[in-house]
Design a protein around this ligand. Structure first.
Ligand SMILES: [Zn+2]
Length: 372
């Protein structure tokens, strides 16, 4: 049974009710998960546009959750700015949580690279790499480095069998993706005397992204992060399909899908929809505002045809008219930017599943729902 509502619940879910809350963009994306029994898990981070607090902290405190004891884990799926903004504050406040990183990020290449960006004179650039460096430095200085855990495909983060079967495990990155990313990171380390690059973290980091599978009794979900198709059978979504993990890990087809890479076509793989997901699952994603914006009209068409409902946490930017004069366009852009600062409220989709598997889906006023 599915039930769609327009108002987010401000009540804490019962101990035997799971929750998946998707926020974004703030800039970026964050998923807050109730693992049952007042234990919580956070995937990625973005900030509340008005208070600048990590949105996960703001939301959990509003629910009455004690973040320092009840957040069991934080996963940074990859270190793009739209997934790591505010993660240092999150780690700082959720001080009993285990911290999970995509495996390549805990290799010495990534750590070395992050140290070079510690005192960056260009404050507005490379925040992702400095945010990451800050977390590593903080854990080291407090001798809590053992809280940092590398994650790759088939790594189980949590598993319980009573009173309900509850699992949280990783479907990516593949071992090949970790090797390839580590080699890429090594290439980025500047030689002595080289001028340092800004915006050093390239698009290729999506190769590293951690996809998660969550099971809570009869309910299951896949969180696709920004994982893309790469054209290589041993990396990206193909690696998940080719690994046979759905059999070896006895994965039930998921009912909820956080569509990867903000709905972009480069994150699409037909087999994911036919093998890993229910027929017509509930699809959710966050938009991405840089460039032409994601999801595009075509992305929305594609996904609404595959899903029972497709929810986007906020509207993606309307496509620009190609005929419009550039000057006018630029002016309209700046007006729109000014407006969006005023109306800047983060989108929120809240999905709750009880132990019988019945779902309640809620969205705040920013969330947009597309039906088939
Ligand atoms: Zn992203």
């Amino acid at each position: 049974m599915r039930n769609f509502l327009r108002v987010i619940s401000g009540e804490k879910p019962a101990k035997d009710v799971s929750e998946v809350s998707l926020f974004g963009p703030g800039i970026g994306e964050c998923i807050v998960i109730h693992l049952g029994a007042d234990k919580w898990f956070v995937i990625d981070s973005c900030r509340c546009p008005s208070t600048k607090k990590p949105i996960a902290i703001k939301y959990l405190e509003e629910l009455g959750v004690e973040v320092s004891t009840q957040v069991e884990g934080i996963l940074i799926t990859h270190w793009h700015k739209d997934h790591i903004d505010g993660a240092f504050d999150l780690v700082n406040e959720c001080n009993s949580a285990q911290i999970y990183f995509s495996a390549a990020l805990l290799k010495k290449e990534a750590i070395r690279l992050s140290k070079l960006y510690k005192k960056d004179p260009f404050a507005s650039t490379d925040t992702e790499i400095r945010e990451f460096g800050q977390i590593i430095e903080y854990l080291r200085s407090r001798e809590e480095y053992s809280r940092a855990n590398p994650v790759q495909a088939s790594h189980t983060i949590c598993q319980k069998t009573t009173p309900l079967k509850i699992r949280l495990l990783a479907l990516s990155p593949s071992p090949q993706a970790v090797t390839q990313s580590t080699a890429n990171l090594f290439e980025l380390i500047p030689n002595v005397g080289d001028s340092r690059n800004r915006h050093v973290i390239g698009q290729s980091e999506n190769l590293n992204a951690v996809v998660m599978y969550f099971e809570f009794g009869p309910f299951s979900a896949i969180f696709g992060s920004d994982l893309e198709e790469t054209g290589n059978p041993n990396t990206g979504w193909s690696a998940i399909i080719n690994s046979g993990m759905q059999e070896t890990l006895s994965l039930e087809p998921a009912e909820l899908f956080k569509v990867p890479h903000h709905g972009s076509a480069n994150g699409h793989n037909d087999y994911v929809w036919s093998l890993l997901l229910d027929n017509k699952p509930l699809a959710i994603t966050t938009p991405f505002y840089r460039g032409r914006g994601l999801p595009t009209e075509q992305d929305i068409e594609r996904i609404r045809g595959l899903a029972s409902e497709f929810w986007v946490s906020r509207k993606s930017r309307a496509p620009k008219s190609s005929k419009r004069d550039r000057m006018v366009e630029r002016e309209m852009d700046s007006v729109a930017r000014g407006r969006s600062v005023i109306k800047n409220k983060i989108g929120h989709i809240q999905v709750r599943a009880d132990r019988e598997g019945s779902l309640k889906i809620r969205g705040n006023e920013q969330a947009v729902k597309y039906t088939a």
